[in-house]
Design a protein around this ligand. Structure first.
Ligand code: UDP
Length: 329
């Protein structure tokens, strides 16, 4: 049993991680400033409400809990917002990570699992992306995550900080028990936006761009279930606790779906047509982001199990739980 710090533990992915950590016998301590997270999602271990740029509060938390490792989820993560307010992304994501790393080293904690992103890759001509693919982020979100990866390499060389970096593709779905799920406000991610439209919580959803160079003209993404993702993090912790060297892994299924295909699957799973309207491209979006996950499979022994239908079904169950069991219109 280990004490594990989970930054962003009140957020979507972090809360699922805390549940899995607790089930695996660990003590997940959530560090979150509740800027986008929800206190109600912190149910599986202690809660420290603090901002990661607050060095004093951080070192105090490290001194009291003495964590063995840190899982660093806390970050702003919306492409549209990153295009409009890049400073917010550079300040929060990069400064937060830097302050966290320095607090870790001050406390002698040298094991970090870091949430990076496929947005690091940017536009890559239809190839399946592996960890060596060129990096060309199209927005401040991806750029801030790439900067943190660079930072980790520097601190590995100078201070022996070891990290597992996970480059997530598009995370969707919810806890199959519907105890927790995705609840951003405002919501911008495709699957929950589609479900809000299905439920009548928004009059319609907008398809951001129909003139991409893909079979139906909409962007292609690789959707991975949040619980599959959380399982990968447990393996990442094992990797570090076994004394292994720092490593970067893509986490996706290797299967791409267009926005149009996601809508079709949502209609099939919920049995309700998705009210949708075609809109312009969203700035900062790459045409196609699909993961080559060979490294995670061969080195970590991780493979995504859930299908896109599983993700939509679990997200829908959570949606009904969150907003009441009113039948969709
Ligand atoms: N998308 C869309 N309408 C929405 C939200 C998203 O068409 O209301 C598209 C978006 O342009 C992208 C894909 O769905 O091509 C996934 O977007 P999301 O914001 O969920 O994740 P991202 O890929 O930005 O991390």
């Amino acid at each position: 049993m280990s004490v594990i710090f989970v930054t962003g533990g009140a957020g979507y992915i972090g809360a699922h991680m805390c549940k899995l950590l607790a089930q695996a016998g660990h003590i997940p301590v959530t560090l979150d400033n509740l800027s986008t997270g929800r206190a109600a999602a912190v149910r599986f271990g202690p809660f420290e409400q603090l901002d990661l740029t607050d060095a004093g509060a951080l070192s105090d938390a490290f001194a009291r809990h003495k964590p063995e490792a840190v899982l660093h989820f806390a970050a702003f993560s919306q492409v549209g917002e990153a295009m409009a307010e890049p400073g917010k992304y550079w300040r929060n994501n990069v400064l937060g990570a830097l302050t966290l790393i320095e607090a870790m080293l001050g406390a002698g904690c040298k094991q970090l699992v870091f949430s990076s992103t496929c947005a690091i890759y940017g536009e890559q001509d239809g190839v399946t992306l592996d960890e060596q693919s060129a990096q060309a982020p199209l927005n401040a979100y991806g750029a801030s995550k790439r900067a943190i990866e660079d930072m980790l390499r520097d601190f590995a060389a100078s201070h022996g900080l070891r990290s597992v970096v996970f480059r997530y593709f598009n995370v969707a779905g919810a806890d199959p028990e519907a105890e927790i799920g995705e609840a951003h406000d405002p919501e911008t991610h495709l699957v929950p936006v589609v479900l809000q439209a299905v439920a009548g919580l928004r009059p319609e959803m907008q398809i951001h761009g129909t003139d991409y160079d893909t079979p139906d003209g909409t962007c292609i993404r690789d959707y991975v279930h949040v619980m599959d993702l959380a399982r990968a993090h447990l393996l990442g912790l094992d990797w570090l606790q076994a004394g292994r060297e720092s490593r970067v892994f893509n986490l996706g299924t290797g299967q791409g779906y267009s926005v149009g295909e996601v809508l079709a699957r949502a209609e099939a799973v919920t049995g309700v047509p998705v009210p949708a309207r075609f809109g312009p491209r969203r700035a900062g979006d790459a045409t196609r982001l699909v993961s080559g996950s060979t490294r995670a499979r061969t080195e970590l022994g991780w493979e995504a199990q859930a299908t896109l239908d599983d993700m939509i079904r679990d997200a829908w169950r959570w949606h009904l739980r969150l907003h009441g069991n009113a039948p969709p219109r």
